[in-house]
Design a protein around this ligand. Structure first.
Ligand code: SAH
Length: 253
């Protein structure tokens, strides 16, 4: 059986219980070496084969899995992805090839870095009357973006926005968010290596974004978050309001 496992954002304790058990049982682990915390591999048996996918192509990953499965049908294979595998994980192309080869697999979710970033910031992305929508996106780089998802179009909503894979393009990010409709003084944060021991948090306003990233020499492993959810003004939630009835609680006032 092949398991795509989310490793979590960095802190080795943020993998799921199921993910940790599978790592302990695995005969073969292929992990995304650029971002997965290597401490997680200490969970593996000493005879486990451990490979870093950063040095492999898609074809090599699939061939390694297929060969391992052919040699020993009962073997447990873990494909360890950073954060949650469904977000910029390039797992679809792997799953489609496994389907074609008739190999069974399962996906074990993980804590995405955007959740790790909210925790590091001690903020809530969804605040009543501020934003009830979170946009997870990126700037186009070598990977193209569908034109209808151009950053300035998404910015027109002025919802909470989490921008992956884009700190090296900070100037364009700033320009497009401003041309799309966010105000210059919209709060932003850049979080480098959220939940890792060397995590760094930088806060500022949208008109300082590029300068903030440049002056702190952040070139990778960071998320940009944008929106008034980082501010201090919001309405309290209805859910915990004493005057609000719901299925589990009668209004008390
Ligand atoms: N599947 C992953 C994302 C992979 S794309 C997830 O769910 O988090 C890789 C990008 O994610 C990085 O370039 C960076 O933008 C972001 N990222 C991953 N780990 C991070 C962390 N600990 N802190 C901040 N950003 C992180």
């Amino acid at each position: 059986m092949i398991y795509f496992v989310g490793a979590g954002p960095g802190d080795a304790e943020l993998i799921t219980v199921k993910g940790k058990r599978l790592l302990a049982e695995a005969d073969l682990v292929i992990y995304a070496g650029s971002l997965v915390n290597p401490e997680l591999l200490n969970t593996c048996k000493k005879e486990t084969t451990i490979l870093d996918s950063a040095k492999m192509t898609l074809e090599a990953v699939i061939k390694t899995m297929t060969d391992a499965n052919r040699l020993q049908e009962s073997c447990t294979i873990v494909r360890l992805h950073t954060g949650d595998p469904s977000i910029y994980g390039a797992i679809r192309e792997q799953m489609d090839r496994l389907d074609a080869a008739g190999l069974a697999y399962e996906v074990v979710p993980g804590v995405s870095s955007f959740c790790g970033v909210a925790a590091a910031l001690k903020k809530e992305y969804t605040l009543p009357d501020v934003s009830q929508t979170v946009i997870l996106t990126r700037m186009e780089g070598r990977t193209p973006m569908p034109p209808k998802e151009e950053l300035s179009l998404l910015a027109s909503h002025q919802a909470t926005m989490v921008i992956f894979l884009s700190v090296s393009l900070a100037k364009q990010v700033q320009e497009r968010l401003l041309s799309g409709g966010y105000q210059e003084e919209t709060p932003i944060a850049v979080v480098y290596k959220a939940t890792w021991p060397d995590e760094k948090i930088y806060r500022g306003y949208l008109n300082q974004l590029a300068q903030l990233i440049e002056s702190h020499h952040i070139t990778k492993t960071a998320l940009i978050v944008v929106g008034e959810f980082l501010g201090d003004t919001y309405l309290r939630s209805k859910l915990y309001d004493p005057t609000f009835n719901h299925m589990f609680r009668e209004a008390s006032q």
